[in-house]
Every structure is written in structure tokens, then in C-alpha cells.
Design a protein around this ligand. Structure first.
Ligand SMILES: [Zn+2]
Ligand SMILES: [Zn+2]
Length: 308
């Protein structure tokens, strides 16, 4: 069953669960507290936006199950290349608030400049968010540089603001209500990138021995039939799983010397609901550091083919 359904969790349970994880993380890593305060604040904006989107109506998309199934069978993520109307009245205020949060939380003027560009219309929020949805990293970076804005920060803020919408879309299209032919195509998905949006996973969450990849953007959960490098498919001796901390075997990195990629892998009692997956990512930043110190990196986003 490679595509894994995660039942949505709503506030206040979501907030409680997030709070206890932030608390535990702050206790374990007091040095990270300022960074955690910012992450916590950004996450609460996303939880709010997800609630707003959950209460409204998502756009009707003409993406028939058979069409999506064929697309997936060609290795093309469901949303890739599709024109998707964005609920801008809900997304744009969050985009601006996230800039404010980042500006107050350490990104300072760089975030302030992005906010000004969005508010003044120098950057069109609709095209920015659509580019993010379609994972057009080069276009966003170029646009930022032309306007003297931080490319990394612009990418981040757009990604954060549109992620609840993309998560909702993937639930709508691929979730419990997906038609059998689409379900079969999802279950046959054998790639390391997300079947919904094409991003690489942020982490693999392992629950009961099942290694479930979790999309860094839309939180889709999927399991692969093979235990191999998710980036290049290497399964021989160049692919190694290691625990940097001998006493924490529940926290590992999969490293691949064939392609130089790494993936963080953590044991958890249950899969994190959206958007708490970002906490799993933050809880494991020491694993990123360990992998990067040894010369491993997360590869760039995969170039997505337009329609399948
Ligand atoms: Zn995704
Ligand atoms: Zn590899």
C-alpha cells in the first residue's frame, strides 16, 4: 500500500500536539529556543490558514482519475503542469504575515523588503504562489534577484504560504475518495519524489517498521517497495543507513555515495499530520548537520516534465 492515508487532525488537538513537541524540543536543545520560537510562530500561521481553507471550498479541478492515473504511471506527479486556480484572498494575507513573522524573527530587512514588494504589487502574489505550487525554483530565484530580494527567503515564504493549499489539494485528489484506478496508480508509484507535487521528502518517518516518505512541501505520505537510495535507486554497498549518535538508533540518515544524497529517517509512534511534519524536520536538524559534514547533500528539486 505505497500511498499512505493520514486522517486529518484538527485544532485544538493539532495545536496541543505541536505544543508538546515544541516543548520537548526546547528542553532537549535550549540553544535552539530562539529559532524554535520563530518556527512555532510560522507554524501557527499555517495551522490558521489550513483551518480557513478547510472551512471553505476548494476549486473544482477537471483532473479525471483516469487521466491522473496515466500521468502517475509515467512518473509525472499529479499536480505537475496543471493550471490550478489559487484562493488568493485566503493565501495573500498569510504570505504577508509570514514576512512579518520572519522579519521579527531574525530575517529582518530581507523579509521586510519581500513584504513591501508583495504589498506594492511589484511582485504578483498570484504568480509567485503559482510558481511555488509548480515548484519553479529557478523562476522564483531569478525573479527575486531581478528585484534585489533574497532568493532563498522568497522561495521559503511562498512555499510556506501555499503549502496548506497544496496539502488540501492532494487530500482532495489522492486521498480517501480517490477512484480505484487512481488508487492503483498511486500504489504503484515507485519514485523518491512526491506523487502529488514532485518535491523530495523532508524525512522518512518510520512507524511500526514502515519507512514512509513525507513530502517536504505537501506532506504526502508514501512508502516504497524497495529499500534503496530514494534519489538514484542505489541499493548496493554505496547505500548505507547510519545512526550518527550511537545512543539514538531511532534517528538515522540514509546516505548514498553513488549520488551524494542523504535522507533523514526517524522512528515515531505515528505519522505526523500536516503541518506538524515540519516539526519532524526541525527535530532532526542535527542529522542534516552530520550528513552535510560528511559531504552529503539533499539534491535540487527534480525538474518536472509538463503534462504526462
Ligand atoms: Zn508533495
Ligand atoms: Zn543515491
Amino acid at each position: 500500500m505505497p500511498y499512505v492515508q493520514i486522517s486529518p487532525v484538527f485544532r485544538p488537538e493539532l495545536t496541543d500536539s505541536a505544543e508538546s513537541r515544541w516543548q520537548a524540543l526546547g528542553d532537549a536543545r535550549p540553544d535552539l529556543r530562539p529559532a524554535l520560537a520563530l518556527q512555532r510562530q510560522l507554524l501557527s500561521r499555517i495551522v490558521e490558514l489550513a483551518a480557513v481553507l478547510g472551512a471553505g471550498r476548494l476549486p473544482r479541478l477537471s483532473l479525471p482519475p483516469k487521466y491522473l492515473a496515466v500521468k502517475l504511471s509515467r512518473g509525472v506527479p499529479a499536480l505537475a503542469g496543471e493550471p490550478i486556480p489559487l484562493p488568493l484572498p485566503a493565501l495573500k494575507p498569510t504570505l504577508v504575515q509570514l514576512c512579518d513573522g520572519l522579519a521579527a524573527g531574525g530575517a529582518g530587512e530581507a523579509a521586510q523588503h519581500i513584504k513591501e514588494a508583495i504589498v506594492s504589487g511589484a511582485i504578483d502574489a498570484g504568480s509567485l504562489l503559482a510558481s511555488s505550487l509548480h515548484r519553479e525554483q529557478a523562476a522564483i530565484r531569478t525573479g527575486a534577484m531581478h528585484r534585489g530580494l533574497s532568493p532563498d527567503l522568497l522561495w521559503l515564504v511562498a512555499e510556506l504560504a501555499v503549502s496548506p493549499f497544496v496539502h488540501a489539494l492532494q487530500q482532495l485528489l489522492l486521498g480517501a475518495a480517490a477512484a480505484p484506478e487512481l488508487r492503483a496508480a498511486l500504489d504503484a508509484w515507485s519514485h523518491g519524489y512526491c506523487p502529488a507535487c514532485g518535491s523530495w521528502p523532508a524525512v522518512a518517518e518510520v512507524v511500526g517498521g514502515h519507512r514512509t516518505l513525507r513530502c517536504s512541501f505537501c506532506a504526502t505520505a508514501w512508502e516504497l517497495a524497495t529499500y534503496a537510495c530514494i534519489y538514484c535507486g542505489e541499493s548496493g554497498e554505496k547505500f548505507v543507513t547510519a545512526a550518527p549518535d550511537e545512543e539514538r538508533k531511532d534517528r538515522r540518515v540514509e546516505i548514498c555515495s553513488a549520488c551524494g544524497g542523504y535522507l533523514k529517517t526517524i522512528d515515531l509512534p505515528e505519522l505526523s499530520p500536516f503541518p506538524l511534519l515540519s516539526i519532524s524536520d526541525i527535530e532532526t536538524t542535527d542529522l542534516d548537520v552530520a550528513a552535510m559534514e560528511h559531504g552529503y547533500a539533499r539534491p535540487a528539486l527534480k525538474e518536472l516534465t509538463k503534462k504526462g
